[in-house]
Design a binder for this molecule. Structure first.
Ligand SMILES: [Zn+2]
Ligand SMILES: [Zn+2]
Length: 221
């Protein structure tokens, strides 16, 4: 069996793909005949860390993949749609979010024994034998398409900047203006105290700076 290995496999420190990994797919049925194609629907468990800070796919949740494999001259073109469950937090009100998301992708996997391999870009995806690893493709498609600031709903009003209440839950006229005597009193307090320390702090430095300013102006003139 060892004789089947391509000579360059020993030079290439590529990890050999695990044919049983959920996102490692076998393209042998295409027979490497350009023009032949297959479609497949798969349901596979999500890999870990498939997401961004505020939203992502829970590990092991079911990913639905609609895939089309087409043999072309240089390799296998994979076109697909992944339908994934999402869990996260609303960027405005921090409520939990649960939804589903569709990501589309298309990638060419180049045969690992192709003659043009020498010119191949480093980031080019390759078949290993008849196997392709769809995980990096899926990861790019899903992670790059996820919103960095997911919302529980498009018009989520977020949280009250004064008290932190969810504005979706409180009165439409929820407000903290001077009508509330407690806030009015606090504001009065702030108005009285705020200028005090800063005045005193500036007072001494202004006093010492003023004469030197005057001296400099005289020297220049
Ligand atoms: Zn929200
Ligand atoms: Zn409030």
């Amino acid at each position: 069996m060892a004789g089947i290995l391509m000579p360059h496999e020993s030079r290439n420190p590529l990890t050999r793909l695990d044919p049983n990994a959920p996102l490692v797919l076998d393209t042998r049925a295409l027979g490497r005949r350009p023009g032949s194609s297959r479609e497949e629907h798969l349901s596979v468990p999500a890999p870990e860390n498939l997401g961004v800070e505020m939203v992502g796919v829970p590990e092991s949740a079911a990913l639905e993949l609609d895939l089309r494999f087409e043999a072309v001259l240089e390799g296998v073109l994979v076109t697909g749609t992944a339908t994934v469950p999402l869990r996260g937090e609303c960027a405005r009100c921090l409520d939990p979010i649960a939804s589903t998301f569709e990501a589309e992708f298309q990638e060419l996997f180049v045969y690992d024994d192709t003659r043009s391999g020498g010119n191949a870009a480093d980031d080019e995806l390759r078949l290993e034998g008849d196997l392709i690893d769809l995980e990096p493709v899926l990861r790019d498609a899903v992670v790059l398409a996820l919103p960095l600031s997911p919302l529980c709903r498009d018009d989520c009003p977020g949280l009250c900047p004064d008290c932190g209440a969810r504005l979706a839950d409180v009165d439409p006229d929820h407000d903290h203006d001077a009508a509330d005597p407690r806030w009015a009193a606090l504001r009065g307090l702030a108005d009285d105290t705020a200028p005090g320390p800063s005045d005193r702090g500036n007072g001494s430095s202004n006093g010492s700076r003023a004469p030197s300013d005057r001296r400099e102006r005289k020297q220049e003139g």
